[in-house]
Design a protein around this ligand. Sequence first.
Ligand SMILES: *Cc1c(COP(=O)(O)O)cnc(C)c1O
Length: 399
Amino acid sequence: MSQHPNEKAYFGKFGGQFVPETAMFALIELEKAYEEAKKDITFQEELTYLLKNYVGRETPLYYAKNLSEYYHHDIYLKREDLNHTGAHKINNALGQVLLAKRMGKKKVIAETGAGQHGVATATAAALLGLECEVYMGSVDIERQKLNVFRMELLGAKVIAVEEGLKTLKEATTAAIQSWVGEIETVFYVIGSAVGPHPYPKMVKDFQSVIGKEAKQQIEALGKYADHVIACVGGGSNAIGIFSAFLDDSTTKLYGVEAGGYGIDTDMHAATLSLGREGIIHGMKTYVLQNQYGQISPVHSISAGLDYPGVGPEHAYLFETKKATYAPITDKEAMDALLLITRKEGIIPAIESAHALAYLEKLCPTLSKDRPETIIVNVSGRGDKDMHTVFSILKGEKYE
Ligand SMILES: *Cc1c(COP(=O)(O)O)cnc(C)c1O
């Protein structure tokens, strides 16, 4: 059986295009433009050039010697934290903004939670000379003042969303509404492998550079990956690194979700662990919802994992057991952040610390006879999280 969508919009029964009729035009136009761009050597060369010279790819696959000694297995870190703007999100934002420009659009819009995707999109828009508007919940605007300022400095307009809980879910809904209103001139840059077709496939393609590099890098060492671990919010860094290993049944894949205060509480974002099939933001996937199908409020210490849905391909990989998904709590993630910081001198993003924390679960289950090779995707760097880490460690609010 193949991991590819059985019909072009679907991964098994997940995915699709659950959008108003007016948006169908734009999705069809987008799919056509994207298929053309994929085959256009000039487009691909420009993207490759920017990924190399602007983003700083390829990122290293770093052998974490101290961590390997600690866990008695060979641990390699894929260093997406070293990308320009500090995370993997720029791979996708550059790809989509370059496509928007190719399509002759004048303006891009984006949704953002913590502001990382907003910053990546504003960066790409500044570079490529497009107007940029970012929708952000007003609660998140208050929590992430520095990122709001970065976006404004880059020339983007940040639009406050006052609906509902005033966070990412509402910002996404507002961005979709605004896009439908201006569909001819505006390109909607989605920040994860979510949304209606063709977004999940397109975002996967733009992030698959992570997996391609990691596979080549581990093979260049004469090794192969026994295990690959990544955190899952919407699932773009995870599907990006998984993509190169999906056809290889010897490599085991792990997606780590936000366990928040614990999955026995209602303060988490463990969508695949505890969600049910439903529809959110134009796609059929797993959704955290109550018995009436209302989408549940979610919690994670890391804003990037704080989402009540998940990319449709992850729902498919979960149901077909091609990947394993597990929750990591806020506390386990913080403990891992401290461990990796002290052992390797690398301060990871709290999202990435969830993936690193999974070593604590996985390694004790492995045979001690031979060291196994484990790749962990370090999706981003911790700079953006310093105020959160400070307030936890010092027990006071840092502003
Ligand atoms: C946004 C973000 C994530 C989560 O997004 P995915 O689409 O699941 O990859 C993970 N890590 C970092 C550093 C992020 O900024």
